[in-house]
Design a binder for this molecule. Structure first.
Ligand SMILES: NC(=O)c1ccc[n+]([C@@H]2O[C@H](COP(=O)([O-])OP(=O)(O)OC[C@H]3O[C@@H](n4cnc5c(N)ncnc54)[C@H](OP(=O)(O)O)[C@@H]3O)[C@@H](O)[C@H]2O)c1
Length: 378
């Protein structure tokens, strides 16, 4: 089978298409013929080892110190079950599924195995494989973190990094829960985030959300460039901070900070569950959650997809077709938000066209920079 393989840590050119043995499903596993995946922020972090402070050692234990231990990236996949291992009861050959592989990776290949008891669920029937792929990584993360906040109707929610894979899903989930959502993103993404439910938009390049005098029941941080000391006053008493991006110290002190401030802090990793993914799929199938796609590339162009993701400026998701290019046309029934969809002409007027691939952020990593740095270096 063909797979996108990386043999060294580094830039996008480390990723090459290679022939690899087709895996066989072990007991309790599904063998999935992969149709579409995303290249995500997690692939960028794994490939470059640019991880939040203090996480390099734990990351290296999993991914390798000198050379990659897991040669195929890809945290998510959508495809068709080809065969099942002994003891599998929930799925059968022919089922269309979507899965979050998490730190096991391995999605960027023509075939992958998925544990039946992992984060795997039926693909929404109304979506193409590409559209469904754009739901998995951001959708399950947003659902898992939002689940920690016990959102109630009328809650005021701030989402920092609202235009990324996680942010675009989180905004929709918070809006569905009846929350009043404020999105922090760049001005060029304001229309997109409004179309996903944001009632107020703060352009981080021109306005400091910690200085506008507003407080929120829930703050979800998908960027990680503002220290807790500046975030904490923005959270209402008894409110929650969902730090999707957190360094080791933030993860280790989440409990003590919760006790000290009375504000519930969730920092770093939360488990990815089949129940969360099934919820995402159900919302999509009933038209309440929309996949957001920046662009779609094919497997031979996957290094280009990595290059684009590395810039940290993608809108929603960058999808890679592994097989079945004929399904790239948007489904007729899905309420797809499509920022830039090569086979569709022209995209809806309310949707943003992102910057071309030739204009990435200067150092290729905006994730650790401050808003003011980004504003002055763009
Ligand atoms: N803890 C976990 O389990 C978990 C799971 C998934 C992801 N993550 C982490 O969560 C983060 C977000 O993931 P993602 O997939 O959503 O990333 P992403 O899609 O790559 O995020 C890109 C978006 O971030 C925006 N952005 C960049 N700097 C910003 C700033 N200072 N303020 C506001 N928006 C900014 C960009 O918008 P502009 O171009 O307009 O700046 C772009 O649309 C990543 O660091 C990822 O590693 C953690």
């Amino acid at each position: 089978m063909r797979a996108a393989v990386y043999r060294r840590f580094g830039g996008p050119d480390a990723v090459r298409i290679e022939e690899r043995p087709k895996p066989a499903p072990g007991p309790g596993e599904l063998l999935v013929k992969v149709r579409a995946v995303t290249v995500s922020a997690a692939d960028y972090r794994a490939r470059t080892k640019k991880v939040p402070k203090g996480l390099k050692l734990p990351t290296s234990i999993t991914l390798g110190f000198v050379k990659p231990r897991i040669p195929v990236l890809g945290m998510d996949l959508v495809g068709i079950v080809e065969s099942v291992g002994a003891g599998v009861t929930r799925f059968k050959p022919g089922d269309e599924v979507m899965a979050m592989l998490g730190a096991k990776f391995g999605g960027h290949a023509e075939y992958a195995t998925v544990p039946e008891d992992g984060a795997v669920t039926a693909k929404p029937r109304n979506l193409t494989f590409e559209e469904a792929a754009a739901l998995v990584f951001g959708g399950i993360t947003a659902q898992a973190f939002m689940g920690r906040a016990a959102l109630r109707p009328g809650a005021r929610v701030l989402i920092i990094g609202a235009s990324g894979a996680v942010g675009t899903a989180a905004m929709q989930l918070a809006t569905l829960a009846g929350a009043h959502v404020t999105a922090v993103c760049s001005g060029s993404n304001a229309d997109l985030v409004r179309s996903l439910g944001a009632q107020r938009v703060i352009d981080y390049a021109t306005e400091d959300f910690t200085a506008v005098g507003e407080t929120y029941d829930v703050v979800m941080d998908c960027v990680g460039n503002v220290p807790f000391g500046r975030l904490e006053p923005v959270i209402k008493p008894g409110g929650s901070l969902l730090s999707v991006v957190a360094d080791l110290a933030a993860m280790l002190t989440a409990g003590s900070r919760s006790r000290r401030t009375g504000k519930r802090v969730t920092a770093g990793n939360v488990p990815f569950t089949a129940a969360d993914l099934a919820r995402v799929a159900e919302l999509a199938e009933t038209g309440r959650l929309r996949p957001v796609i920046d662009r779609i590339l094919s497997l031979p162009d996957i290094a280009e997809a990595h290059r684009y993701v590395d810039a940290g400026r993608k809108v929603g998701n960058v999808v890679v077709q592994i097989a079945g290019a004929e399904t790239a046309n948007p489904s007729q029934t899905s309420p797809l938000i499509c920022a830039r969809y090569p086979t569709q002409s022209p995209p809806p007027s309310s949707v943003k066209i992102p910057r071309p691939m030739s204009s990435p952020a200067p150092n290729g990593d905006v994730r650790g920079r401050t808003a003011s740095t980004i504003a002055t270096t763009r």
